[in-house]
Design a binder for this molecule. Structure first.
Ligand code: PEP
Ligand code: MG
Length: 603
């Protein structure tokens, strides 16, 4: 789709407002805003009918009990030093939580406004908080923080009780400060049209999912929740990176036509060739799919994918609303393995952080990206880790490959192999059948790159996770919009790290699947090939575009390109040298701007 086609010259009237955004999933959508609120668990206003009122009131009461139980538990002193202050603070919170007039206001709000419990809690507590904030006595005024804390706890507790039955209208556009992947999964059945957020990057899991689901998305829209209200009509332009508030009639018409064009073009693109994918000079390149939702494989296969390069098993947590049992996992792994067949699936063990396994009070981490997560979490929570490994062993009669996330040290692999041996022998004793799975490691932490020679001795294959590799090599939070410009995929350090890993694997004779978002970008793919990559795993929607580029370039050219890039000292120099090479050699493949200004995301 031609970007310019979407830059409509409709006359600006006073009411229409265009906001700059960062496009993170292509497409155009016109719809009505649904604002998401909440921190740990996100929620939104749901209009309910008379018969649902009783259900919502009950949910609210259950949540109060749950929250009170938590407060009672955490106010019990574990260490002598902070007994009194701690007990005082939480006793005060308990008093707020059990306040009868607060309960009555919230329940009345549910009944009269006919809304879900979350919305009633938010509206009523916000009213309390606003009143508290204008009290003249400073000490009393500061108590609004306690009110906020209690409201937050109540809203989180509501997430633990049964969900509200209703869903929102089909043409909704989700607006949030930041969108959690679990919330997005929860909202799928309402078939939202697009996403607008304030924060997040191209490699944030919610946007990876949005691209997989073909959902236009933009981010980086400051104070968006203050600019729109539930029900406002907006347009999301996921090509140019724009949000249009209060669009004029003519603008809506223009965008409707553009959206139709885009869908037509996409269905044509899906008719891409079958068979082996080769570069012009005959090097075979294998394209696999990254999947979070198994049903996506049908489309992936139609586009030419050969198996699944990365199945993010942690998405089962959304499906089962918590830790899935051994049987549930066996079933899920067999299902995806059967669907994919001979080309195989690489199932990553849970890449989660401690907040998914422990309750909130134990799980608060200042820096979860560097905390107890992924393989570290698995090894420190052997009960849950062993359940997953047992399930994978039992499902692996169907040819399963297992990948360990965030490996930082070969000892983690050796320890996992020992656990696998123990679980095999206990299954054998119980006469339960299991298969022989192949073990791989995600390379996404700098220490794994530097100890790659030791790692390749212990695994059957590698997956290169460029999203995290860039994050940890450059110390740039991949989910933080304010440092997005420093997330430089073409930093010389990244190129050197990729080369080190690809070389070590080649020497050992094992395969490397590049499975970060870099592999799904037609712009970055020639560089990956030049560095020695032969297997790329990507979002389903990138397969056709990447295949086209692979089939139209020669490996020899990509090596020449990388030779030039290796002489560069900074990310800017790399991008400039790459732009020059693309313009000179592949302008038919990359017309227009190749590495746009840092304000916008490319690809
Ligand atoms: C990566 O880090 O590149 C990767 C593929 O894993 P995830 O995006 O799930 O962290
Ligand atoms: Mg990762």
């Amino acid at each position: 789709m031609d970007k310019k086609k979407l830059n409509f010259g409709s006359k600006e009237k006073k009411i229409e407002e265009r906001l700059d955004a960062r496009a993170v999933s292509r497409g155009v959508a016109i719809g009505k805003v649904v604002c998401l609120h909440g921190r740990k668990r996100q929620f939104y206003r749901i209009n309910i009918n008379d018969s649902q009122i009783i259900h919502e009131v009950r949910r609210f009461r259950v949540a109060v009990k749950l929250a009170a139980g938590q407060l009672a538990k955490i106010s019990l002193p574990k260490k002598k030093e902070f007994t009194e202050t701690r007990a005082d603070i939480f006793a005060a919170h308990l008093l707020i939580l059990e306040d009868k007039s607060l309960h009555s206001k919230i329940e009345t709000f549910i009944e009269q406004e006919k809304v879900n419990a979350e919305w009633a809690v938010k509206t009523v507590t916000e009213d309390y908080i606003a009143k508290q904030k204008i009290i003249s006595d400073e000490r009393l005024r500061e108590r609004y923080i306690d009110l906020e804390d209690v409201a937050d706890r109540l809203l989180t507790a509501l997430g633990g009780s049964a969900r509200s039955a209703a869903v929102f209208e089909k043409n909704s556009i989700i607006v949030a400060k930041e969108l959690k992947p679990s919330t997005l999964i929860e909202l799928i059945e309402s078939q939202p049209q697009a996403i607008i957020t304030e924060n997040g990057g191209w490699t944030s899991h919610s946007f990876i999912l949005a691209r997989e689901m073909d959902l236009p998305a933009v981010t980086g829209v400051k104070r968006i929740l203050r600019l729109v209200h539930n029900g406002d009509k907006v347009i999301v332009d996921g090509f140019a990176g724009q949000v249009i508030l209060k669009p004029e009639k003519q603008t809506v018409e223009n965008y409707k036509n553009a959206a139709d064009d885009f869908h037509r073009l996409k269905s044509v693109a899906a008719e891409i060739t079958k068979g082996k994918l080769k570069t012009l000079d005959g090097r075979e390149i294998i394209i696999r799919a990254n999947l979070d939702l198994p049903k996506g494989y049908v489309q992936a296969k139609r586009s030419g994918a050969r198996g699944v390069g990365l199945y993010r098993s942690e998405f089962l947590f959304n499906q089962f609303k918590g830790f899935p049992s051994e049987q549930e996992q066996i079933k899920a792994y067999r299902k995806i393995a059967a669907l994919v067949g001979a080309e195989g699936v690489r199932i990553r063990t849970f890449d989660l952080s401690i907040e998914h396994l422990a309750d909130e009070s134990e799980a608060r981490e200042k820096n979860p990206a560097l905390g107890l997560r992924a393989i570290r979490l698995g090894l420190s929570h052997p009960k849950e880790f062993r359940i997953q490994l047992r399930a994978l062993l039992q499902a692996s009669a169907n040819d399963i490959n297992v990948v360990l996330p965030m490996v930082s040290d070969v000892a983690e692999i050796i320890q996992t192999k020992m656990i696998l041996q123990q679980e095999k022998s206990s299954l054998r004793k119980k006469k339960i059948k299991y298969g022989d799975l192949r073990l791989g490691a995600m390379i996404e932490v700098p220490s794994a790159v530097l100890t790659i020679d030791e790692i390749v001795e212990e695994v059957d294959f590698l997956c290169l996770g460029t999203n995290d590799l860039v994050q940890y090599l450059l110390a740039v939070d991949r989910d933080n919009e304010s440092v997005a410009e420093s997330f430089r995929t073409l930093h010389p350090a990244v190129l050197r790290a990729l080369k080190i890993v690809l070389r070590a694997a080649e020497k050992k004779g094992i395969s490397v699947i590049i499975c970060g978002e870099m592999a799904g970008s037609p712009v970055y793919v020639p560089i990956l090939l030049g560095l020695g990559a032969t297997e790329l795993s990507m979002n389903v929607n990138s397969i056709v575009r990447v295949s086209r580029v692979v089939a139209a370039i020669a490996l020899e050219e990509t090596r020449e390109l990388v030779g030039k890039l290796e002489l560069c000292r900074t990310p800017d120099e790399v991008e400039n040298a790459a732009s020059e090479f693309y313009r000179k050699n592949w302008s038919h493949l990359f017309p227009g701007e190749i590495f746009p200004p840092k304000k916008k995301y490319k690809i």
